[in-house]
Unconditional design. Sequence first.
Length: 349
Amino acid sequence: MKLEQNNIHTSFQINGKSFSSVDALLNYTKTISETIYQFLTDWFSDDDFICVKTSGSTGKPKLIKLQKVNMINSALATGIFFDLKENTTALLCLPTEYIAGKMMLIRAIVLGWKLDVIEADSYPLKNSNKVYDFSAMVTLQLENSLDRLEKVKKLIVGGGVVAKELQNKLKSKTTQVFATYGMTETITHIAVKKLNNLKIKPAFYHVLPNVTIYKNEDNCLVIDAQKVAEEIIFTNDVVALISDTEFEWLGRFDNVINSGGIKLHPEKIEEKLLEIIEQRFFVAGIPDKKLGEKLVLVVEGNHQNISFKNANLSKFEVPKEIYFVNEFIETETKKIQRNKTLDLISFIR
């Protein structure tokens, strides 16, 4: 018996074209993208799973199996949470090699969206004359789309933390912008946080339907989302639980720096440093005989003088040293590979 994924919603379109059969859809996608064609060929096969590559931002990229029924459930949950019914107009501007781009296709097929597919460009709205109900972008695309953001009514953003400076630029925008929390194993986001037009401050991550969250003994988030993940997921993300459905993300457990017995969360320090540093940067701990780990700041680009006076740092959060690297090492999805970039410091010191 064929699975539900072999159905195409009658309202589904790509680039204004409707399809009477799977073959018609596949024939068309072959003309616009080999990656999309190959993915949809796998999707409409009789297999009950899809193999997807992880981004590699927190470890070596790997292939994992995702159940197709879970991907359908994820699409349905997104539709319910954001009230995106059939005939929703949506823009796909992410690479379809990875789960975020693949799920835009599945949401459109399952929910009956009218999807426009364009090349994954850093300026996705530069040539757009249409207004879309929904889209998904990475932070760089959002930054480069601020002058045309009214072309999207609801936007989810992934691929990295949205800086305070960028959040401030969103305050005057009518587009509803949401940060997402998730991973390949959870089939993109299982929680979202509103970034602008806030009625209540501060905003926290709110889980999607059918997701249960709690913490382990290390204060790391545990996710029980049986409709999108086969097993309970134990993350390395340190969180503060606000309620049964809300949490604040504090940082990665494996990034925590123990400096002289003081535990420092790099992500929180970086949030403060965003106020004073324009280039890309990150903070990390490197071995130190006296402190165990020493907090350092790594900045991409040429050497410059940096003063921490206006960064609102505690005395423990002030970096002990600053290193400048010509170019950060990245994953294929443009996420900074911190450990590999840190290895460059040994050549600098």
